[in-house]
Design a protein around this ligand. Structure first.
Ligand code: AHR
Length: 364
């Protein structure tokens, strides 16, 4: 005998089963649709714009931020295929990478050159293959400028001038009338960043009476080499050093460690036997040390090229003209409130006083 209750229960069971089946179908269908949609959103591999990216290496915080900035700017979902090559600080590796990009018939080549000279043949091969090369950050010196399409980067000599001008103003403000002994921890020799910053210091030493350049050696833009060079300089010159001109933040981290390990004091009071450190880049850590007054002045060098390079490639793809040379704008930071601007090359540049908020929002 079929009871009424069991009849009604079986009806409920059927309904539940039907709902469950509908849900499973819906889930499967929506899953398939999602994949289809995703596939439709991603451009076909052949339609991607291919870009060969020859990076110098990973010597500094700056360099790593620069790599990330470029990688983030050229994503597959936006129609790009970026082929990254790490040159490991060797020009021969970068030249090899350019040749591989030519063999792969990429659409564009991005080159951050480790040094300025020695690029003629590789760039000529790229030009003959019809591949536009965009050089950025550091510069190349070639016999024929038509070998590359455009360059954008920092004015490294101006960065050095602004740093030296800040020191000149600072010495005036603290009424330091005696001599100042400076050591220079240089960047990678032959790179635009090193040559510009070194030349600005050498020119300032020639211009300002009482400025002595005690020593110069390359710290290769790294923390470890910066520390090693500083240790050697301390053995040679000891407490006679007043100013340490580090050509990037990583060298400054190394120099600070070496100075403190050797028992010397770091700070802006050079008359009171402190060593004053100057640096470039203005990374988050560099600015933190600037706020602590371990770095007296930090002149910015921005690594955030990705969006700029992408705009340039978009313009080229749209058949627009792009400027052959673009200098990017950069700032300068210090914890010393007595100097709010420095003038260099006929222009007044603001000096920003560092604070926590500024450090917090720093992108690199
Ligand atoms: O070319 C830019 C320089 O190279 C940066 O100052 C330095 O940190 C980097 O390694």
């Amino acid at each position: 005998m079929i009871r009424k209750g069991s009849d009604s229960l079986s009806g409920t069971g059927r309904t539940a089963l039907l709902i469950l089946a509908a849900l499973i179908m819906g889930f499967i269908l929506s899953g398939c649709k999602g994949e289809d949609e995703e596939a439709a959103e991603l451009p076909e591999e052949e339609s991607l714009v291919t870009i060969g990216f020859s990076q110098i290496g990973s010597e500094s915080d700056w360099r790593m931020a620069s790599t990330k900035s470029v990688q983030d700017a050229f994503l597959a979902e936006d129609g790009y295929s970026l082929i990254f090559n790490d040159g490991q600080q060797k020009q021969e590796n970068q030249i090899k990478a350019i040749r591989e990009f030519i063999d792969q018939d990429v659409d564009y080549i991005l080159l951050d050159p480790c040094v300025e000279t020695g690029w003629d043949s590789a760039l000529l091969e790229a030009k003959e293959a019809g591949i536009p090369v965009i050089v950025y950050d550091r510069e190349v010196k070639v016999s024929d400028e038509s070998l590359y399409t455009a360059w954008m980067g920092s004015d490294f000599y101006l960065e050095g001038q602004r740093a030296c001008k800040w020191l000149y103003e600072y010495l005036k403000r603290i009424k330091h009338s005696g001599e100042v002994n400076i050591v220079d921890i240089q960047g990678t020799l032959g790179s635009s960043a090193q040559m510009g910053r070194t030349k600005a210091l050498e020119d300032a030493v020639r211009e300002y009476p009482g400025w002595n350049l005690l020593d110069q050696a390359t710290g290769e833009f790294t923390t470890s080499k910066g520390k090693e060079v500083m240790e050697d300089m301390l053995i040679k010159h000891g407490g006679n050093i007043d100013i340490v001109y580090c050509e990037n933040d990583n060298e400054a981290y190394g120099a600070i460690e070496a100075i403190e390990n050797a028992g010397y004091r770091i700070g802006p009071d050079i008359g009171g036997y402190e060593m004053l450190i100057m640096s470039f880049d203005s990374t988050r850590e560099g600015l933190r040390l600037t706020e602590e007054e371990k770095i007296a002045v930090n002149t910015e060098c921005s690594p955030l090229y990705g969006p700029r390079l992408r705009s340039m490639i978009e313009a080229l793809r749209a058949g627009k003209e792009v400027p052959f040379k673009t200098f990017i704008e950069e700032g300068q930071f210090s914890a010393f409130t007595g100097i709010r601007e420095v003038s260099a090359d006929g222009t007044d540049y603001a000096v920003t006083i560092v604070n926590d908020a500024l450090i917090e929002e720093r992108e690199y």
